[in-house]
Design a protein around this ligand. Structure first.
Ligand code: ADP
Length: 497
């Protein structure tokens, strides 16, 4: 006992990663492997579940090899995963009957439109906290049962089981001994009742999914099972699981109601801890389970910005204004402000809180004096404005005021962006030294269950803030800028044109 290391398996959309942490939450080793994305037709996205597993176990072994460690040195394993992606496999052979259908896949979009027109929106929102969308697992699962030959008969005979990626990895790691998931992943399926904490009978009937296919739902921090010696050479407890965004919230140590994180990646993912209450309102936000620990459920509000760091990629790849994403900071600092330019990067419509899927990008306020630096600055500010809008919607929904925001993701390295975010929010921004919040969250969940980490309090001590940004803009200026932004958004929305 008293092992020194803990391992996180971070199974993402494009790559599988394994990270070994020590007790201080510092990274000891990291290994990463990409895998194939399968695009059978426009809008359809699949992955090979066996390839996901093979890359995941390979990186776990590689990370150990890099440091001369073995599974014997690992206290426990935490899993965090791309959410909603679903796999169906034969219980007896362990062979998937179809590729994993990925969260991005739109194959069930039309069926979702039908559900909406049949009036299921309110019922589904009330039970699951979700908006009806092809994004979530339920309609993907139904598609597999309806379209793979013989699937429904086998499912009805109890021969098939299914799960999100955490469940698939857990089943493989335990050599088929454990079929389970955690509360956070269950809450993304659109089949789980987040108030009553059960697979919802009415929803299972609606989607025609036999309950026997579904995994047991267990606390996010607690023993799920032990790895099989056939797989890892020795036995290691798997004692933490959470979906990637919830794991990041945990890794950012947002344990209390009113604490929030924003991940600035390709898009931005905002999660606000709302304590033991699911705030289910008609506000375009999602209510989800953040985690369940020790018999207590913590809920979160979730909102996303479709185009976050992607607007910087657009400046680089489409406009050629910069040569690397990091250059955007220096370029934007060459001008004092945007000179009245606002860029609304509604490249794929606008998400929360506007929800206009037909909106397209707009730039306003251009004059003879506008140069590329103004536009670069406007693009960075747009990331902050969009995040601001989601945060305001969350504050309203949960009736709280955010004091500080914890940040991670690639674009949080941009200090100009972070300072501007702090200025318009009038809140502090905490940028941690370790921005691997997702993997860290899974490690914390696993280690709390085994005693590797003593308590959430001791975990908080681990957190090192590398930089704190404090608001430094007058309320009048911030308001004027926000007003300009909201006018630009109005001109972007399709009903307003
Ligand atoms: P993902 O996990 O979605 O792939 P990452 O967290 O790796 O995203 O972040 C990459 C995104 O962040 C890219 O869209 C990139 O344009 C943006 N980005 C990275 N560094 C910077 C920077 N210094 N300033 C602004 N944007 C950045």
């Amino acid at each position: 006992m008293n092992k020194k290391y803990i391992m996180s398996l971070d199974q993402g959309t494009t790559s599988s990663r394994a990270i070994i942490f020590d007790r201080s939450g510092s990274i000891v080793a990291l290994s990463q492997k990409e895998f194939r994305q399968i695009f059978p037709a426009p809008g359809l996205v699949e992955q090979d579940a066996n390839e996901i597993w093979n890359t995941q176990i390979t990186v776990a072994k590689e990370a150990l090899e890099k440091t001369g460690l073995s599974f014997d040195d690992i206290d426990s394993i935490g899993i965090t995963n791309q959410r909603e992606t679903v796999v169906v496999w034969d219980k007896n052979t362990g062979i998937p009957i179809y590729n994993a259908i990925v969260w991005q896949c739109r194959r069930s979009a039309e069926y979702c439109d039908t559900l909406k027109s049949q009036g299921y929106t309110d019922m589904i929102k009330a039970k699951t906290g979700l908006v009806i969308d092809a994004y979530f697992s339920a309609t993907k699962l139904k598609w597999i049962l309806d379209n793979v030959e013989g699937a429904r008969e086998k499912a009805n005979k109890g021969e098939l089981i299914c799960g999100t990626i955490d469940t698939w990895l857990l089943w493989k790691l335990t050599d088929g001994q454990v079929h389970a998931t955690d509360y956070s992943n269950a809450s993304r399926t659109m089949l789980y009742n987040i108030r009553e904490l059960c697979w919802d009978k009415e929803l299972l009937e609606l989607f025609d999914i036999p309950k026997s296919m579904l995994p047991s739902v267990l606390p996010s921090s607690g023993l799920f099972g032990n790895t099989s010696p056939l797989v890892t050479g020795s036995t290691v407890p798997i004692s933490g699981i959470a979906g990637d965004q919830q794991a990041a919230l945990f890794g950012q140590t947002c344990f209390n109601e009113g604490e929030a994180k924003n991940t600035y990646g390709t898009g931005c993912f905002l999660l606000l801890n709302t304590g033991n209450t699911p705030h289910i309102n008609n506000d375009g936000l999602i209510s989800t389970i953040a985690w369940g620990i020790d018999g207590s459920i913590t809920y979160a509000l979730e909102g996303s910005v479709f185009v976050g760091g992607a607007v910087i990629q657009w400046l680089r790849d489409q406009l050629g204004f910069i040569t690397s994403a990091a250059d955007s900071e220096l370029a934007a600092s060459k001008v004092e402000d945007t000179g009245g330019v606002y860029l609304v990067p509604a490249f794929t419509g606008l998400g929360a809180p506007y929800w206009d899927q037909y909106a397209t990008g707009t730039m306003v306020g251009i004059t003879r004096g506008t140069n590329k630096y103004h536009i670069i600055r406007a693009a960075l500010e747009a990331i902050a404005y969009q995040s601001y809008d989601v945060i305001k919607a969350m504050e309203k929904s949960a009736n709280i005021k955010l004091i500080e925001l914890n940040v991670d993701g690639g674009a949080c390295a941009n200090s100009l962006l972070m300072q501007f975010q702090s200025d318009i929010l009038a809140s502090s921004i905490n940028r941690p030294a370790c921005i691997e919040s997702t993997a860290l969250g899974a490690a914390y969940l696993a280690g709390l269950a085994t005693g590797f980490f003593e308590s959430t309090e001791s975990i908080k001590q681990n957190k090192v803030i590398s930089k704190r940004f404090r608001p430094n803009m007058s309320a009048e200026i911030a308001e004027a800028k926000l007003s300009g932004w909201h006018k630009a958004v109005k001109r972007t929305l399709t009903d307003e044109n």
